[in-house]
Design a protein around this ligand. Sequence first.
Ligand code: KG4
Ligand code: ZN
Length: 358
Amino acid sequence: MSLILGIESSCDETAVAVVEDGDRVVSSEVASQIAVHAQHGGVVPELAAREHLKALDPVLSAALERANVALRDISAIAVTQGPGLIPALLVGLSFAKGLAAGNRLPLIGVNHFFAHIYGAFLDGGRERLARRDTYPLLALVVSGGHTSLLLVSEDGSARQLGCTIDDAAGEALDKGAKLLGLGYPGGPAIQKAAQGGDPEAFDFPRPLTGAAGKALSDDNRYNFSFSGIKTSLLYKLRDLTAGQGTALAPQLLADIAASYQYAVVDVLARKAMAAAKAFKVRTIVAAGGVACNAELRRVLAERLPKNVELLIALPKYCTDNAAMVGGCGWHSFRKGAFSPLDIDAFARLPVISRVPFI
Ligand code: KG4
Ligand code: ZN
């Protein structure tokens, strides 16, 4: 039995978890900084770093206490190395290096993007990962930083089919919510505001889908673009409020939020289903903060092709957490793939050729 301590600090959540043998989450503690960043309408990297510094020690103690273990029971430290905000990442990474060196434990740098996908396999999903009929697997990773389709084969080789060419899906929801005066973070706020709204009341564009008769190049078949949807919202709001910035009537707000949310969800689902069919996938995994979205979960399930399984991480493992880091890191631990103590944080997603958890 191996217990991996996961540490996550790539954005605005400070998280520490204890995970047994790759998929049994023994404890998962998350300290959110939302209140700090909400005043600024988005995440301020330097503020995030300062908050991580304050939160890491108590969050670590809470995670160990809840798991009823001590550092001497831990087999390795897995920490998010990137992609993410460099000042934020550096705090978690330095903390993890200190813990690893001080307790003579192996260090494992974990790619946050892979960890998000792994979130769908926590709490008993390892057996599914090992099954041949799970593959080919298509991962739709949708968060504040990513919108990506990754094709994963049985041997662990992987290829990014496409990604966003401008804003990420979560970013589009966050910016849309800001325009609508709904506050931060925008995804959950839009979902709430959209309740009782008509998703077809307003016509938002569906960029890079070939809708509206626009030709779609092969290069963009699995790419995404959300900045046009956001601009369309800006103009619609300007028209609706006659440029006065006045508040919308409740039903109008619900209708516009529902239509905006549905435009984002519709594009995500169309691309995912097109890729699933083209590559004859057996499993679709949806992961990342936006995968919490009830409308996205509903539409993906509704459009799922026959004989394809849909696997969506539990909401608590969709948004940033350390259980996905500890679980994903266990696979590197098992293979003896440890990181040196001088690893550096990285901001952007590197080119992907395989996943670490197969
Ligand atoms: O995975 P995550 O916690 O952090 C990143 O790695 O970016 O994702 C955060 C994103 C934010 O854009 C947030 O608005 C969005 O996930 N989000 C949601 C929901 N909950 C969080 N978007 C839509 N509906 C939700 N319920
Ligand atoms: Zn994330």
